[in-house]
Structures are given as structure tokens and as C-alpha cells.
Design a protein around this ligand. Structure first.
Ligand code: MEV
Length: 315
């Protein structure tokens, strides 16, 4: 049996604009997905523990999906198995990361599965190869849309600046409070919606992307020097720009305003693709507990997450 785990992520700044090449900044968090691979002669079996699908099974002789579930995790694991030509295996997925919430659960599943199969099959892929392969697989499942942000963070951990390439940033851990709207979102259609808006209004959306990229570039020194008030201000500005791109929602706004007005947050913004999914808030003087209470009162699911955690590892 081989087990690997990979972290989820928070995008601090730069979502959507990063798809068109401006800078984004994200950190790996202390929620993880785990892939457990075992030999299973003659079959391929994919099981997931708490992701609403169980017992997906592919009959090798006919290629027929015997008990398919619509849940997305299976698509990613199947794509990894296909890419690596893996047969005669059982892959079990467990995850702490809510799916379709903007916390990188699909990338964590892909990276953990690639790493576990790498160990099981003795492929000797380097970390760089795991990141590149995982990005290719995730992008293919998402029909060509998306940035390497999630798979880079799931692989390398810590913090990453993403633009044309990935750059690991050496920054101290940062505690965030995450508010989950309980509404799943579809990253693919939200990315497509924003990219179409850019095609229709290049003169308007282009400068918004540039402003988002500029915010991302300002962030690293603020985290390094612990200038958290300034960092919070940038979060608020970035949220406004994402609203302008049409990826906000009433549910997200309610949590953002609860965090700022009741929870004493230094700043708050949506994180990930938007629509539903999650927002993040930077605790102020009142600390993370005040924020957790404020977000729960506003009907969000709330938890604290530490940014800057370890990347993929064999367990
Ligand atoms: C999704 O987590 C972040 C987006 O920028 C898409 C991407 O970067 O792949 C919306």
C-alpha cells in the first residue's frame, strides 16, 4: 500500500486575472487530500471516502463504468490513471477539503494520486515532474481552462507567486479564517464567463486584470514585514475588483461584510473562482474567534486555516 497526501490552498490575491497571465499569490493550507493505492489484479477501482461518491468501478474487460457517480473527483483520478497507464490498482481518496469550494480540492486529489502512483509504480518522477503532469491532467479535465496555481501549491506547498511561471516565496505562516457559503461552484464556467467578459470589454477588463496583478505583486513584502493592516486593505480592494468581474454573489458578500463589520477583520475577500465557494478574512484585534462567530451567525461554515503549509508527501 502507498499513501500520499497533498494540501489544499487559499488564493490570497490574483484569481481570474492569473488565467490571462498576471501575477497571483497563494498559500498551501493545513487541510489535505490523501490517496491510498493498492494492487488489485485485473481491475481498476476508485473509491472516495467523504466526497459523495463511493465504489466507482471500471470493468477493464469492457471499459464500462459499472457504478458511476456524477461527482467530479472520479474524473480527476481516472484521468491520472489513464495518463500514467496504471492498471490493476485500487485508489482510495480521502479529503478534508470541501469540493468545489475554491480551496483547490481537485488539484490536491490529482497531486496526491500522482504521487501515490509514483511511489506504487516506482516511476521516480521528480517534484517538478509531478507538478507539471498534475497541471496538465487538471487542465485537461477542465477543458483547457485554468492556471498552474492549484497544482503548484499542492505539490510544493508554502507560498507561490504564479504568473508565466511559478516561484516559491519564502514567507512566514499566516492565519486566515475561511467562510464557506455552502454553495458549490463550477470553476470552469466562472473562468469562462470572466474570459468572455474580457473578450467583450478588453479596454475595461484588461485594466482590472492589471490592477489585480499589481495587488498580488505588493503582497509578499507586507506578509514578510507583518504589515497586516495594509494587507487587509489590499484584500478589500481585490474583492471589489472581483465583484466588478461578476464573480461575487449575495452569499459571499454577506460573509465578507459580516467579517469586516462584526468580526473585526482587517480585510476580507472571496477566494478562488467565486459565485459560491469560500471567502477569506484576515483576523484583526478581536482575533479569529470573533470572526468565526460572525461568519457562523451569517450562516456560513467557518474554520481557521494556516497558510504556508507543507506540499505533497508520502505518508
Ligand atoms: C480557481 O481556484 C482560481 C482561478 O483563478 C482559476 C485558476 O487560476 O485556475 C479562478
Amino acid at each position: 500500500m502507498t499513501m500520499a497526501s497533498a494540501p489544499g490552498k487559499i488564493i490570497l490575491f490574483g484569481e481570474h486575472a492569473v488565467v490571462s497571465g498576471t501575477a497571483a499569490l497563494g498559500g498551501a493550507i493545513d487541510l489535505r487530500a490523501r490517496a491510498i493505492v493498492q494492487s488489485l489484479p485485473g481491475r481498476i477501482l476508485i473509491e472516495t471516502d467523504d466526497l459523495s461518491l463511493r465504489g466507482f468501478s471500471l470493468d477493464l474487460s469492457t471499459g464500462e463504468i459499472r457504478s458511476a457517480s456524477a461527482a467530479y473527483a472520479t474524473r480527476y483520478v481516472s484521468a491520472v490513471l489513464k495518463e500514467l497507464g496504471a492498471r490493476d490498482v485500487r485508489v482510495m481518496i480521502e479529503s478534508d477539503i470541501p469540493p468545489a469550494a475554491g480551496l483547490g480540492s481537485s488539484a490536491s486529489i490529482v497531486v496526491a494520486t500522482v504521487a501515490a502512483l509514483n511511489g506504487h509504480l516506482g516511476l521516480e518522477l521528480s517534484q517538478k515532474e509531478i507538478a507539471a503532469l498534475s497541471y496538465r491532467i487538471e487542465k485537461e479535465v477542465q477543458k483547457g481552462r485554468g492556471s498552474p496555481m492549484d497544482t503548484a501549491l499542492a505539490t510544493y506547498g508554502g507560498y507561490q507567486r504564479i504568473a508565466d511561471d511559478n516561484q516559491r516565496l519564502d514567507l512566514p505562516p499566516l492565519e486566515m479564517v475561511v467562510g464557506y457559503t455552502r454553495l458549490p461552484h463550477d470553476t470552469f464556467s466562472l473562468v469562462e464567463k470572466v474570459q468572455l467578459l474580457k473578450e467583450r470589454y478588453p479596454d475595461l477588463v484588461g485594466p482590472i486584470f492589471q490592477a489585480i496583478g499589481a495587488i498580488s505583486e505588493r503582497a509578499a513584502p507586507l506578509i514578510r514585514e507583518q504589515r497586516l493592516k495594509d494587507l487587509g486593505e489590499l484584500m478589500d480592494i481585490n474583492h471589489g475588483l472581483l465583484e466588478a468581474l461578476g464573480v461575487g454573489s449575495r452569499e459571499l458578500s454577506e460573509l465578507v461584510y459580516a467579517a469586516r463589520n462584526t468580526g473585526g477583520a482587517l480585510g476580507a475577500k472571496l477566494t478562488g473562482a467565486g459565485g459560491g465557494g469560500c471567502m477569506i478574512a484576515l483576523p484583526g484585534m478581536a482575533g479569529k474567534d470573533a470572526l468565526l462567530v460572525a461568519l457562523r451567525q451569517a450562516r456560513g461554515m467557518a474554520f481557521a486555516a494556516m497558510m504556508g503549509c507543507e506540499g505533497v508527501r508520502l505518508e
